[in-house]
Design a binder for this molecule. Structure first.
Ligand SMILES: O=C(O)CCC(=O)C(=O)O
Ligand SMILES: [Fe+2]
Length: 382
């Protein structure tokens, strides 16, 4: 998740040189309707040779977990789901869930409304322009925490709140910024976020059982989550072997539930190699983020991933990032800490502290939680 947003309106129809000082410092806007056809890609989108993506990578086999039995209370099916979740999370933190109970029409509508929104003229989308430091809004061009290279994508983000006393931010956000005709749009993503929040609490039960701390432990922790929903829209790119839709990163959040269309593009770095995750419209891709890795005392992994683009087809993904309420202290439950065999790996922190750190210092090639731990320790000792 890139956090910084660039807001200038300079057009990107002309290629820029990397050694052109102005191009390095002037904020840029990515007008997808023009760039998608260009054979000469602006240098800001071209990744260094050693970071250029391979489009032909081997498939990562991750467990396909059937949630049907768990959701209907079948003990044997629940035990099997718990086993598979635990196995995947110790290795790389990625798994798929099917029979998840989310209405198929809601998913299809969430995808088709994305087409409606992102195919609007740039000037109209920019009425919902995301401001620096904010989570909500439209962004067409980032630098931020990935690297100086711009991701080949447009995004629309919402802040979702499952807090007991809170406004329904998702529902009103677009109609407030873009006009009443976007009310229905807001309702769809409000419903989608509520469904994702519910699903993530179910997955938290499985994670708690698989770590041996009981099904309520993490469910209660995240019950009043304050999460982020991001729509990723990747236009075609005439140089997909030189650009990236989303640069390599670990999600700093707790749990990501991603729905990708049939196009494909998600890659995960496991055993020192990039692997693809085959699209499955019936499934959600779930992955552990840094915050949950800390909550599990390092037992479950948050893994590097990225998204590649292609020449012909627009790709869409919808990512729900589960985050704890701002005042919740991220501290592993006692059952996961043992002074002799499993000492504390990371200090206590709150989600806003990790967010501040990633906004200021994130680099894809660093171990976020270790660097964050050093940062906290330095702050405490100064
Ligand atoms: O679009 C994808 O497949 C991945 C997106 C992603 O990793 C993110 O938004 O954090
Ligand atoms: Fe991600």
């Amino acid at each position: 998740m890139a956090m910084e947003c660039i807001t200038s309106t300079q057009s990107m129809t002309q290629p820029h040189q990397n050694n052109n000082k102005e191009s390095e410092t002037t904020p840029l806007v990515f007008d997808a309707s023009i760039l998608r056809h260009q054979h000469q890609i602006p240098s800001q989108f071209i990744w260094p040779d050693e970071e250029k993506p391979s489009l032909q990578v081997s498939k990562l086999v991750i467990p396909l977990i059937d949630l049907g039995g768990f959701l209907s209370g079948d003990p044997a099916a629940t035990m099997e789901a718990v086993r598979l979740v635990g196995e995947a999370c110790k290795k790389h933190g990625f798994f798929l869930v099917v029979n998840h109970g989310i209405n198929a029409d809601l998913i299809s509508n969430a995808h088709s409304y994305m087409d409606d929104f992102f195919e609007l003229p740039l000037s109209q989308k920019q009425r919902a322009q995301r401001k620096t430091g904010e989570h909500c809004g439209y962004a067409s061009s980032f630098t931020g925490r990935f690297s100086s290279k711009l991701p080949w994508k447009e995004t629309l983000s919402f802040q979702f709140s499952a807090e007991k006393i809170s406004p329904k931010i998702v529902k009103e956000y677009l109609s407030n910024t873009m006009g009443k005709e976007f009310e229905q749009f807001g309702s769809i993503y409000q419903d989608y976020c509520e469904a994702m929040s519910k699903l993530s609490l179910g997955i938290m039960e499985l994670l708690g059982m698989s770590l041996g701390v009981g099904k309520e432990c993490f469910r209660e922790f995240f019950e009043e989550n304050r999460s982020i929903m991001r729509l990723n829209y990747y236009p075609p790119c005439q140089k997909p072997d030189q650009t990236l839709g989303t640069g390599p990163h670990c999600d700093p959040t707790s749990l990501t539930i991603l729905h990708q269309d049939q196009v494909g593009g998600l890659q995960v770095f496991v055993d020192n190699e990039w692997h693809s995750i085959t699209p499955n419209f019936n499934a959600f891709v779930v992955n552990i983020g840094d915050t949950f890795m800390a909550l599990s005392n390092g037992k479950y992994k948050s893994c590097l991933h990225r998204a590649v683009v292609n020449k012909k087809t627009t790709r869409k993904s919808l990512a729900f990032f589960l985050c704890p309420r701002n005042d919740k202290v991220v501290s592993p439950p006692r059952g996961l800490v043992d002074d002799d065999f499993s000492p504390r790996v990371y200090p206590d922190f709150t989600w806003p502290m990790l967010l501040e750190f990633t906004q200021k210092y994130y680099r894809a090639d660093m171990n976020t939680l270790n660097a964050f731990t050093n940062w906290i320790q330095q702050k405490e000792s100064s």
